[in-house]
Design a protein around this ligand. Structure first.
Ligand code: TYM
Length: 332
C-alpha cells in the first residue's frame, strides 16, 4: 500500500518554488493515493519568529493548499502542533539519529550561516523531526522539491537504523518523489540561488498572492543573459537564468523543457518573457484570488485543520504505540 506524506513551513509567503516544486505535484497525487499534507508549525519555530505572524501564516498556507486544488475532504490537511505524536516520535528519533549524520546536513549549514553556535538546537535536530513527520504515518512516498532530498535520505537512514536496532520491520523506507520540470526553482535575480522566502529581495520571487501587475513587473525585471534562446535543453549548460525561466515556463504550461526550447528557438528574451508573463498570470492569479477569498473565512480554514488533525491522530496514535512498545516503554 502506498501512502503519501509531505509538509510545508508556515514561514513567510508561499512562492512559485513551493508551487512548482511541491504543491502542484501534491494536487496531482491526490487523485490516486491516500495523501496527508501537513503545515509544519513545529518546524517554523526553529528560527526566531513572531507568534501572531505564525498564526496568520498557518492560515495563509492552509488557504494556499486548498486554493491550489487540494480537496480537504479527500486529503488530510492539518497543522503539526495539533498532533502531539510528531514531537514524541521526534524525541525517539533524536536518540536513533547520529550526530555524524546531522553534521552533514547542508540546509543546517546554510540556515545557521556563519554563526552556527547561535543557532537553536531545534534547527540542528530539525531533520529528525522531519523523519518523525513522515514515519509517524508509515508514509511510503514523499513529494518534495529537490532541496529536501538530503533530509529524505536521513529519514531513510533513521527508519533503517530503528528497524535494525529494535529488530522490527515497523517502518518502510520512504521514497522521495521529485518530479516535474521545475524541481528547483531559482531566484529571478540570480540563476545560481534558490528561490526562497528568506531572500531579502522581493523581486527574487513570485509570491502566490502577487497580483497580475506584480507578476508582470517581476518577470520583466528577471535577470536573463545576452544570448538568444536555444533550441535544445543541452545548450542551456552555463546559462542558469535561461535554464530557470524556460523550466518555469515548461512547468507552468505542462510541457517538456524540450518542447519549450523548440517553441522559442532563436527568440529574444523579451518575446519569451511576454509569453511567460501570460502563462504565469493565467495559472497563478486565480489561485491568489481564491486564497484571498478563503482567507476571509478563518472559521472554515480552522475547521479544515481540525478535521485533518482528528484524522491524522487516528492514524498516528497506533503507530506511536507500536514504537513505544518496540523501544520497551512500560505501559501501566
Ligand atoms: P519548505 O517549507 O521550505 O518548502 C515546502 C516545499 O516546497 C519546496 N520548495 C521548492 N521547490 C522547488 N524550488 C524551490 N525554490 C523551492 N523552495 C521550496 C520544498 O522542497 C518543499 O517540498 N523541511 C520541509 C518541510 C517538511 C517536510 C516534512 C517535507 C517538514 N516535514 C516531511 C516533507 C516531509 C521544508 O522546510 O519545506
Amino acid at each position: 500500500m502506498s501512502r503519501i506524506f509531505s509538509g510545508i513551513q508556515p514561514t513567510g509567503e508561499l512562492h512559485l518554488g513551493n508551487y512548482l516544486g511541491a504543491l502542484r505535484n501534491w494536487v496531482s497525487l491526490q487523485h490516486k493515493h491516500e495523501c496527508i499534507y501537513c503545515v509544519v508549525d513545529l518546524h517554523a519555530i526553529t528560527a526566531l519568529h513572531n507568534p501572531k505572524q505564525l498564526e496568520k501564516n498557518t492560515l495563509e498556507v492552509t488557504a494556499g493548499l486548498i486554493a491550489s486544488g487540494l480537496d480537504p475532504e479527500k486529503n488530510i490537511i492539518f497543522n503539526q502542533s495539533t498532533v502531539s505524536a510528531h514531537a514524541e516520535l521526534a524525541w525517539v528519533f533524536n536518540c536513533v539519529s547520529r550526530l555524524g549524520w546531522l553534521n552533514r546536513m547542508t540546509q543546517f549549514k546554510e540556515k545557521a550561516g556563519e554563526n552556527s553556535e547561535r543557532a537553536s538546537a531545534g534547527l540542528y535536530v530539525y531533520p529528525n523531526l522531519m523523519a518523525a513527520d513522515i514515519l509517524l504515518y508509515k508514509a511510503t512516498h514523499v513529494p518534495v522539491g529537490d532541496d529536501q532530498k538530503q533530509h529524505l535520505e536521513l529519514a531513510r537512514d533513521i527508519a533503517q537504523k530503528f528497524n535494525i536496532d529494535y529488530k522490527t520491520e515497523l517502518f518502510p523506507l520512504p521514497e522521495p518523489l521529485i518530479f516535474g520540470e521545475a524541481t528547483r526553482v531559482m531566484s529571478l535575480r540570480s540563476g545560481l540561488k534558490k528561490m526562497s522566502k528568506s531572500d531579502p529581495s522581493e523581486n527574487s520571487r513570485i509570491n502566490m498572492t502577487d497580483g497580475s501587475d506584480e507578476i508582470k513587473k517581476k518577470i520583466k525585471k528577471a535577470t536573463s543573459d545576452s544570448g538568444l534562446l536555444p533550441g535544445r535543453p543541452e545548450e542551456l549548460v552555463g546559462r542558469p537564468e535561461a535554464s530557470n525561466l524556460l523550466g518555469i515556463f515548461a512547468a507552468l504550461s505542462d510541457k517538456t523543457l524540450e518542447s519549450v526550447c523548440q517553441e522559442f528557438e532563436g527568440k529574444q528574451f523579451s518575446v519569451f518573457k511576454s509569453a511567460l508573463v501570460d502563462i504565469a498570470i493565467a495559472v497563478l492569479a486565480p489561485i491568489g484570488d481564491e486564497m484571498a477569498r478563503l482567507l476571509k473565512n478563518h472559521e472554515y480554514l480552522k475547521s479544515v485543520l481540525r478535521d485533518g488533525s482528528n484524522r491524522a491522530n487516528d492514524i498516528a496514535l497506533p503507530i506511536l504505540e507500536d514504537v513505544y512498545e518496540a523501544v520497551g516503554f512500560l505501559k501501566t
